[in-house]
Design a protein around this ligand. Structure first.
Ligand code: ATP
Ligand code: MG
Length: 415
């Protein structure tokens, strides 16, 4: 990515009504553009972060055996009526609209019901099961408040996965595998140390749902955390009885703010029965399909990470999701720029994602932007580089520089 040819620009003035640190930083650093409260566009750098997060999630969902699909954003009223979830008093965040002929439709806020209807057609026998599918999709929710930047959008990107099972035992098996996969995802993204399985409400079939909560002061949730057991209880279900049930001791729990980055639900056979989605078992009997669903807030994750990893100079992306690994710039004459051009080609030739700051501005501004954008490595080509073959490399989180030749540079960057 050559900055001179890219729409990316760091900006000095952020929208006056923006309160959230994540949004302020992401806007200033040129990652997102605010359309209105709760709706943000992803600029090229922001999109790269989103795609990097998605790719990690995709690999772990594929490893579970789930297949990726993409469902519609327009949803039919009839689909949601059997479970009562069309009703605004049951689901209070619907965006609804009408077709020209007056037919009511809704904008997707979740996909359990549409997916169940799809299963009604595609799953008939026990031989078709178990099966799981997932998607990355834009969800619409008419949230009352939207003051947490990309951590709470009225339009946001979610990964949602749905598993169809033949029995509660089979469901439970997948549920625990998915839970492990989620922990792997958060580890790989760089927030594993701060993210905890949390008992929460919302179980349609079981008493609890399980949330994945990342500890951060900007989180909207309060959880009670047992660090040694890496387990937490959401405030909403926190009481003596629950603590006893989970063998948690009040004295060992920390009350902390956290952001829900994922949530998994066990619906048991409830939805199958409500929506008349059955399969024929080995004995030829009709049985309701068992459903579980698994969400991860992809765009919320970007916000949580921006909140967590930053310093006075700007963002500090974990390497696995950074929009580029290297921020490259030249200080010097035409010859130096030529050397930088060459290095840019060598690095990209090795598959390294590089932001090449080839703009005609002062080096100081480039340094500031490299820090603000939070790119893991900064590489400077200077007047001597073309003759002595040395480049200056600095990690985003360090102040000391290293002067290295190409081989050593590649060693650092490629590991
Ligand atoms: P919350 O309690 O934060 O409103 P939720 O429990 O309604 O979230 P789910 O329906 O479980 O959310 O959605 C799955 C995941 O999608 C959540 O764990 C969260 O990470 C993300 N998410 C939910 N609502 C939003 C939103 N308005 N903006 C961004 N991400 C969201
Ligand atoms: Mg939730």
């Amino acid at each position: 990515m050559r900055l001179s040819k890219n729409i990316t620009k760091t900006i000095k003035t952020i929208p006056a009504d923006e309160q959230a640190t994540n949004a302020k930083l992401l806007i200033r650093a040129g990652y997102i553009h605010k359309e209105m409260a709760g709706a943000y566009s992803y600029l090229p750098l922001g999109l790269r972060v989103i795609e990097n997060i998605k790719q990690i999630v995709r690999e772990e969902m594929d490893a579970l055996g789930a297949s990726e699909l993409l469902m519609t954003s327009l949803q039919a009223k009839e689909t949601w009526e059997p479970t009562k979830r069309w009703d605004d008093s049951v689901v209070d965040i619907w965006f609804k609209s009408q077709l020209k002929n007056g037919t009511e439709i809704g904008l997707a806020w979740s996909h359990e019901e549409p997916l169940m209807l799809m299963a009604q057609q595609l799953v008939q026998s026990y031989r078709d099961l178990p099966i799981s599918v997932y998607q990355f999709q834009t969800k619409f929710r008419n949230e009352l408040r939207s003051k947490s930047g990309v951590m709470r959008g009225r339009e946001f990107i979610m990964k949602d996965m749905y598993a169809f099972s033949r029995s509660q035992v089979e469901l439970d098996q997948f549920y625990s595998e998915a839970q492990q996969a989620y922990l792997k995802v958060f580890d790989r993204i760089g927030i594993g140390d701060y993210t905890f399985v949390t008992f929460a409400s919302g179980g349609a079939f079981t008493q609890f749902s399980h949330e994945f909560q990342t500890v951060t002061a900007s989180g909207e949730d309060t959880i009670y955390l047992d660090r040694s057991r890496r387990l937490a209880v959401n405030e909403e279900v926190y009481n003596d009885e629950v603590l006893k049930q989970l063998s948690l001791k009040k004295g060992q729990l920390e009350r902390v703010k956290a952001a829900e980055v994922g949530n998994i639900f066990n619906f048991g056979s409830v939805k199958g029965e409500q929506m008349n989605v059955y399969f024929t078992d080995e004995a030829g009997e009709r049985q309701p399909i068992f459903l579980s669903s698994y969400g991860i807030g992809i765009s919320r994750l970007m916000g949580v990470i921006a909140e967590h990893f930053n310093d006075e100079h700007g963002l500090v992306w974990p390497v696995p999701i950074a929009p580029a690994k290297v921020y490259l710039l030249a200080i010097g004459d035409k010859k130096t720029i030529k050397t930088a051009d060459k290095l840019y080609n060598v690095l990209t030739g090795h598959g390294v994602a590089v932001i090449y700051d080839d703009r005609d501005i002062r080096p100081g501004e480039k340094f500031a932007d490299a820090d603000l954008m939070g790119i893991p490595w900064r590489v400077v080509v200077n007047a001597k580089s073309s003759t002595d073959g040395y480049y200056e490399i600095k990690a985003r989180t360090e102040t000391s520089l290293k002067n290295v030749q190409l081989k050593a540079l590649l060693d650092i960057i490629l590991t």
